[in-house]
Design a protein around this ligand. Sequence first.
Ligand code: AMP
Length: 486
Amino acid sequence: MEFSELGLSELVLRAVGDAGYTKPTPIQEQAIPVVLMGRDVMGVAQTGTGKTASFTLPMIEILASGRAKARMPRSVILEPTRELAAQVASNFETYGKHHALNKALLIGGESMGDQIRVLDRGADVLIATPGRLLDLFERGHLLLSDVKILVIDEADRMLDMGFIPDVERIVSLMPRMRQTLFFSATMGPEIRRLADAFLINPREITVSSSATPAETVEQFLVKVPAPKDNRPGSVQKEKRAVLRTLIRDEEVRTALIFCNRKRDVGVLHRSLTRHGFGAVQLHGDLAQSERTETLAAFREGGVQLLVCSDVAARGLDITNVSHVFNFDVPAHAEDYVHRIGRTGRAGRQGRAFTLVSEEDRRYLASIIRLIGREIPRYGEGASVAAVASVETVEAPQIQAQDEPKRPRGRGRRDRRDRGAERRSPAERQPTVEVQPDLAAPEVAVEAEAAPQRPRRREEPHEKAVVGLGDHVPAFLLREPFPDKRR
Ligand code: AMP
């Protein structure tokens, strides 16, 4: 099917052509005509399927006629994270370049004054995280009574992050007669309940299972040897040594390194930097300006490594990420699929490595069950244990601070094996190997027996901070004496 068969106008088709798209993706083929008809949509689709254009293109078409009134947006797109909201706003700009539509990006951590000025001018589309939208509503800067189209994107992520009460409140402030487009990567009972509450006779569109990792991503498990002592942090230290070896052994152009805990993001980032790697960090506790700068630097290719929490797992569309490293096995199987989906994008090849320590093993079986196949163990030759212990012996002063003995980067690998640079990934002989018992049946049995834990926003060792981080509940932000302020 061609874009021209979907009912889009000449101007939108021109913007699509300018973006370099030749054929619509399956979700675009199915959703665009339905949205143009004015019907509600329930899309089960993950990021990377072209889902953003599947709702923005027809929205631009619909919004092209009519004008926005001050403080009364005509459409709203709700996103779970600031990064995703900013990305959707930039997509809107790309696809709407031949239209004069006003958009407002309402996200926490950015100047409220600027956002209020945009609202005052009248926004055709408002792209927001739930907390900031409610906050501005409660301060009287916008009304939702003129909203004709509502998009709830990444609904399952909203649920994980504790945003659903805010989403429900936002929906209750909108007219009942509106068009609603609801997207989620998974469709559990709670998501189904929300869809039933928000949508009227929707067209259900499912494009691919969330459990299907991109075919373009090669996946590997890497066993982390048990530390020689039981001191706190010993396992993490072993993991850092294994990770450094992998980064040097692989032809890493740019990589995302995922940790389960925000504090580990900081520790790993500092350690990699001390070891001479070009690394930045991203997690929900950083100031928005820092998050924006970090992502910009990484997108532009100025830094090789982005150490991050799952805030970066969903939806971030950065081409050219050659590798994903799971420093920790994610506690929730779907997060594995989202994390590794940051590489191997747009038809490129990617490689994903998951470090497995003794304590990580319990999460492996549910990942293997979800993706429906075993993940191969990495490499032949010397074992990771050997490599990691050599590093520890070579640099005893690292024991306390994990400090490098010599400047690193690509130098050591270059000296040792320059020829490997020119070999294809299949020909390369990795210098690390996992122990053969990694995916042994008893591991699977042990993990199978483990009760399925409810999804939480953060790793279980860290207290879940529902409603904070990306989002501050509106009542905390409200002025105590609003009358006196004015
Ligand atoms: P999304 O699933 O919306 O995050 O989109 C993933 C990536 O696919 C983005 O980089 C889009 O620019 C790109 N994309 C969306 N639609 C198409 C298309 N029809 N052809 C090629 N690339 C597309």
